[in-house]
Design a protein around this ligand. Sequence first.
Ligand code: HPA
Ligand code: ZN
Length: 333
Amino acid sequence: MKAFIEGMPKAELHVHLEGTLEPEHIFALAKRNDIELAYATPEAVTAAYDFHDLPSFLTIYYAAMNVLRKEEDFYELTYQYFEKAAQNNVVYVEPFFDPQGHTSRGVEFETVISGIHRAQIDAEAKLGVESKLIMCFLRDMSAESAMEHLELSLPFKDWIVGVGLDSDERDNPPAKFAEVFAKARGEGFKLTMHCDVNQQNTHDHIRECLDLIEVDRIDHGVNALEDESLLQDIADRGIGLTVCPVSNRFVVQSLTSNEIRTMLDKGIKATVNSDDPAYFRAYMNENFIALTEEGDFSKDELVQLSRNAFDIAWLPEDRRQHYLDQLQAYANT
Ligand code: HPA
Ligand code: ZN
């Protein structure tokens, strides 16, 4: 099963580029940019990773970003993630980036997106990994700030396929960003939002995503299983859910394999993703392998999870079919 997973062509639709910042890279960038770190070694950094909920993770995630300063830093971050993607047989990615995590520290929007974009071009040419970028707004910042960043992104519109919403969900419902997302849709962007696991008012947030924001996808969204009407609407509208098994384990002590199986049984387009793999210490294959160990998934189910990702990816139809054919050929061997 491990070899089958490793060889399977996969798409990743929920990975934060800043969440791929490895401890060794934090150290290399700190040295190059002359930044003092609170830890003596990369091992000491990972030893301090003690996540049990979203806020405890975000504190460490935002602190580490401080080493990212120059265009080449963002290039390296992104390219190194794509190298990991290629090793995992991830052939297509829609990565997130958090511009406000950088502009709030005085790094220009253009510096961030230029480094990321250059790495995307190189990764496609040299590694054969195709990607389309998603810009996330930080929901614990203001709607005005989100709108400003939407404006900042417009000169780079061709480099971005969609917008998302991440960071601390508590008291930051989707409705806070209704105007921003309506404008983003008008600009031609696809829409997704995080509905993290076990958040306060999670069912209301999922409902707002569906009816007020009219999202194209939901990131996480696992708690929809507790509400039959949410589940029905998600199934009827073909809304994809980007589930992150190892990430979930930090919050609910389970890889949510039962939940993922229920979604498959109900015809919901559930997918497997890594979220913040440098922090949760698991890239795509490790997520699939851990999930299968917990939930005893069949090869057919694993292929369905991978197929779902290509089905809900924001790809032109010819590219989607190309990947689906590639996956089917693999499943037939
Ligand atoms: N949820 C919210 N914010 C985040 C996440 C996440 O899974 N990863 C990075 N920022
Ligand atoms: Zn996430």
